[in-house]
Write a protein that binds this ligand. Structure first.
Ligand code: AQP
Length: 332
């Protein structure tokens, strides 16, 4: 059976981008067609300046939202990365296979390190090496497919390269994974700046729709979305990024096709109104289920405990094999 692994970082409140680009497919499709694991990758949240209490809070909220989005712990494995030591055990071995040049070429590293420097902070070494830990997350489980949004494809490519290199040098150990993406909304853009991604750790609140935003807040954000100077509703990501983003979101929420939907609108106002309502409707069941789950925190604890146990058992044979292959003696 195909093995699927993916994760989400507790670096901010979960966004509509995370949901449409990744989580919704995990819940609706991936968990049923594959033997799948979904992880709150909390160690990745430590790569930038962070408040420990906030990371703990967002980790729990992220796990609750994965379940609220429809992940069924009877069908798939849901857990926290820091509860399974195999991630970091394998990461070190992969650091011995990766090169510093590869790390410095990563787009997210370039963007986030520039942002940290602009804020006057220093860049943590873990921000540079985080794609290696992500490769370990993926390779530890013999993963075939990694369903992600566009921004993570380069990191999955790195995981592929490291798997191939390790296998060539030390003998076949890892399955070589591939990234899979959604047909629409692979990159939901910021409503206030449609040339940049809707990112959960960005500061621009009005341009970001959060999964737990109240319906009226969603409406306000979408109605105030920056559009373009033209008047016609056409789907062109290059010249009309604001309108194209709204059409992508509408298409992802209603199941349509962005270019075809454009033809149905004579004004930006009508497009915004329908998009806002479509988003509200998509978020409604997730928010309802989230409220129910918050009323029973011990349920989420139990899911995470069982999930970590299962994940450990799944990862250990591959990680142990990698230790032996690279030249380390097994414990006596
Ligand atoms: N705007 C987006 N559109 C489509 N997909 C997106 N994803 C993230 N933003 C968008 C996808 O959501 C999954 C989980 O993301 P992540 O936690 O790995 O974080 P990220 O990719 O680094 O992006 P974020 O959410 O904006 O976080 P920060 O601000 O911390 O970088 C991934 O599959 C991702 O592709």
């Amino acid at each position: 059976m195909t093995r699927v692994f993916s994760g989400i970082k507790p670096t901010g409140h979960v966004t509509l981008g995370n949901y449409l680009g990744a989580m919704r497919r995990w819940a609706d499709v991936d968990q049923y067609r594959a033997d799948s694991l979904f992880c709150i990758v909390d160690l990745h949240a430590l790569t930038v300046d962070h408040d420990p209490a906030r990371v703990r809070r967002l980790s729990r909220q992220g796990a609750t939202l994965l379940l609220a989005a429809g992940l069924d712990p009877e069908v798939c494995t849901v857990y926290l990365q820091s509860h399974v030591d195999e991630h970091t055990r394998l990461s070190y071995l992969l650091e011995c296979v990766a090169t510093d040049g590869e790390m410095r070429r990563m787009i997210q590293y370039k963007e986030k390190s520039a942002r940290e420097r602009e804020r006057g902070g220093s860049v943590r070494l873990s921000l540079l090496t985080y794609p290696v830990l992500m490769a370990a997350d993926i390779l530890a489980f013999g993963t075939d497919e990694v369903p992600v949004g566009d921004d993570q494809v380069q990191h999955v490519e790195l995981a592929r390269d490291l798997a191939v290199r390790f296998n060539q040098r030390y003998g076949h150990t890892f399955v070589v994974p591939k990234a899979t993406g959604p047909e629409v909304a692979a990159r939901v853009m910021n409503l206030q700046d449609p040339t940049s991604k809707m990112g959960k750790s960005e500061d621009s609140g009005p341009g970001i729709v959060y999964l737990l935003d109240e319906p009226d807040v969603v409406r306000k954000k979408v109605m105030r979305a920056v559009t373009d100077s033209g008047r016609e509703v056409v789907y062109d990501r290059e010249t009309r990024p604001g309108v194209a983003n709204l059409l992508d979101i509408l298409a992802a929420c209603t199941g349509g096709e962005p270019a075809a939907l454009a033809g149905a609108y004579q004004s930006y106002g009508a497009l915004k109104k329908d998009t806002a309502e479509a988003v509200v409707e998509v978020l409604r069941p997730v928010q309802e289920r989230h409220r129910e789950l918050c009323a029973d925190p011990s349920h989420v604890d139990g899911v995470l405990r069982d999930g970590a146990e299962r994940a450990r058992a799944m990862a250990r044979p591959t990680v142990d094999a990698a230790y032996r292959a690279i030249g380390l003696l097994p414990p006596v």
